[in-house]
Design a binder for this molecule. Sequence first.
Ligand SMILES: NC(=O)c1ccc[n+]([C@@H]2O[C@H](COP(=O)([O-])OP(=O)(O)OC[C@H]3O[C@@H](n4cnc5c(N)ncnc54)[C@H](O)[C@@H]3O)[C@@H](O)[C@H]2O)c1
Length: 348
Amino acid sequence: MSAAPRVYTVAVAGLGKRGLHHAAACAKNPRFQLVGLCDIDPARLETARQQFGVACGHTDAVRMLAETKPDVFMFCTLPQVRLPLIQAGLAAGVRLIAFEKPIALSMNEALEMFRLLRASGVKSVVSHQHRYGAHYQRVHEIIAGGGLGRVHTVYGHAIGWMMHMLTHLIDYAGWYNGGADPLWVVGQAAGREKLADAHVSPDYIAALVQYANGVRGVFECGAGAPDVPEVDSMWHKCRIGAQGTSGFAEVLTGKAGKGGGWRAVTAQGAQSGPGAMDYDHDMPPYVQDIAAWLDDDQQVHPCNGETAYKGFEVMMAALRSVVQRGRIALPLGPGEPELKALARVLPA
Ligand SMILES: NC(=O)c1ccc[n+]([C@@H]2O[C@H](COP(=O)([O-])OP(=O)(O)OC[C@H]3O[C@@H](n4cnc5c(N)ncnc54)[C@H](O)[C@@H]3O)[C@@H](O)[C@H]2O)c1
């Protein structure tokens, strides 16, 4: 008789929209046991504690982690809170840290976070979970199956602004490009309004990426990026895909009842199907794959932190290109914090 699969203990910090998604997905999965919850807002913390029946709740993540010593630490804070929570998770001896995109506010911060993660051997997972959508998967299947011939271009655009949306676009386009390394980036940006937003961004950014396999990436994000008129929901107006020598395949992120889906033209002709981004659909396999990776080092999570790091590097390289002008070669080292430098040079 085979042994029962191991149950992994989980603590979640940041109990806003995304923290509750994470907690709910773990609460429903028998491979996980929620042992600790944390939010700096005591009312949010108490509501979540009651909802999930978790005894340990703290307004300080360090105390929660010290008390619960979980296998998995998930944190879903706004982008301003990253490095200290990575440090807190590592100090508590967790085996995996799952956290939200964007992974950091600057390349310096990302470099330090991943230096610490790599040195400790702790796994990391970042919430680029849209890829679990059936429409995203179908587009991947067509591309990976050779339906487009030789892929020469991958692309993504969204009207949501950069720190919300751009790493999603880069992550899925990179997946459609077989995970090839980005070599260099050229970027341009416009508009200062969103520099005051919690997801600090230029209002609009464009990035051209050269990948090691010769494929070109084309990305646009924010006000002025192309509309996706098929989708009637602002955050879900994203179009991501690939073009090759025999056709194209692309996903329109979409939302239930508001449009979305996939379409392709290949040597077999035109095809299309429905689809919509849905947290209830995408979060269960996202957390299941965390258990699978903890069970077996070979079962690397599709949203692993190293892939997210590469995508973040592309976004930071685009900002450096705006500031320095010209092509920015990857990988990136430390430098002037990119968003501060952008604020210095972007005209009104
Ligand atoms: N992957 C996705 O599909 C997706 C979707 C929406 C948002 N996001 C990302 O998720 C992150 C969180 O977004 P949200 O909409 O859930 O935000 P939110 O504001 O609803 O929740 C954040 C929570 O973190 C808490 N918090 C702040 N600092 C803390 C700390 N030091 N310790 C513990 N708790 C702390 C806040 O009190 C708040 O409750 C953002 O980075 C956002 O970009 C991802």
